[in-house]
Design a protein around this ligand. Structure first.
Ligand code: ADP
Ligand code: MG
Length: 280
């Protein structure tokens, strides 16, 4: 008989393809003696190769959730598993590629040195980190801009550098917090398509935070809707659009159905509250 597999204490084996599993997770901030609950009883999973989007009103705890998964902030209850293993908060650090909401480039470093930064932080020698980053510049539409400084580049290019910096660490889970949030509509749509093409080739598990319902539907396999604070899961929408996705799908019946489900879950289809003093 084969010996049964052994697992470290606290580890319960699950489906082998689960990349991220969050169970009954809650989070609180304590500020000036006041306890503020940011997330309440969140449970969901992401399999390898799956793209999941998270939407919710401002302050619903989306960034907090990504901070927790990445190991930057500790949950107050519940647990987080990466690749079926339960890790303490600090042990999750560096296990996923995380592009934070305001992932600023260092203004005194060139595009190439900014992109190479995460590899250097992970201990790669500087020259090798620069060579590794430079090899991906054409694919990110950045060829020829290696020596430019952030102030000399467009917003879309700066986002692609920040994105390249996260992707270079080659982690199996990618956490993206509103990566296109600060961009104009045209740049945003172009970068969504570009991200989708890149992802079709690499197929990491992705958790993308966005406040844009159409972006969530266009990109994701599944969209999770959070409530206002404390963030709870109100709705999960599996997206029935085939892959590879094309821009023309945004006009399809399936797309519009998903949009109306999501707007409804966000409470945006109900009539607005009457404006005070507006009653006749
Ligand atoms: P979202 O990303 O969905 O806009 P956040 O995760 O940034 O929401 O914040 C969730 C809630 O927690 C908000 O009410 C926010 O003000 C609060 N919060 C976030 N970070 C901190 C912090 N460091 N200290 C205290 N409260 C915080
Ligand atoms: Mg946020």
């Amino acid at each position: 008989m084969l010996p049964s597999p052994t697992f470290p204490p606290g580890v319960v084996p699950q489906q082998p393809s689960t990349r991220l599993a969050v169970t009954n997770l809650s989070a609180t901030y304590v500020e000036g003696g006041e306890v503020l609950q940011a997330l309440s009883d969140i449970s969901f999973g992401i399999d390898d190769g799956q793209f999941v989007a998270l939407i919710g009103p401002s302050g619903s705890g989306k960034s907090t959730l990504l901070d927790i998964v990445s190991g930057l902030f500790a949950e107050s209850e519940g647990d987080v598993r990466l690749g079926n293993v339960r890790y303490a908060t600090a042990d999750r650090l560096g296990q996923s590629a995380y592009m934070r909401q305001r992932d600023l480039l260092l203004p005194w470093r060139t595009a190439l040195d900014n992109a190479a930064l995460a590899l250097e932080v992970h201990g790669m020698p500087r020259r090798l980190a620069r060579r590794t980053a430079a090899a991906r510049f054409p694919e990110f539409g950045l060829a020829g801009f290696e020596n430019a400084y952030p102030a000399q580049l467009s917003g879309g290019m700066r986002q692609r550098i920040a994105f390249l910096r996260s992707v270079l660490t080659e982690r199996p889970l990618l956490l993206l917090d509103e990566p296109f949030g600060a961009l104009d509509a045209l740049t945003r749509v172009a970068l969504q398509t570009w991200l989708l093409n890149l992802w079709e080739r690499e197929r990491q598990a992705v958790l993308l935070v966005t406040h844009d319902v159409d972006e969530a539907i266009f990109l994701a396999d599944r969209v999770i809707v959070l409530s206002a604070r404390p963030g709870r899961i109100l709705h999960t929408e599996p997206i029935a659009l085939p892959r590879p996705r094309t821009r023309s799908m945004v006009a399809s019946d399936a797309f519009l159905r998903h949009r109306s489900h999501l707007l409804d879950a966000l409470g945006l289809l109900r009539p607005p509250d009457p404006v005070p003093g507006d009653r006749r």
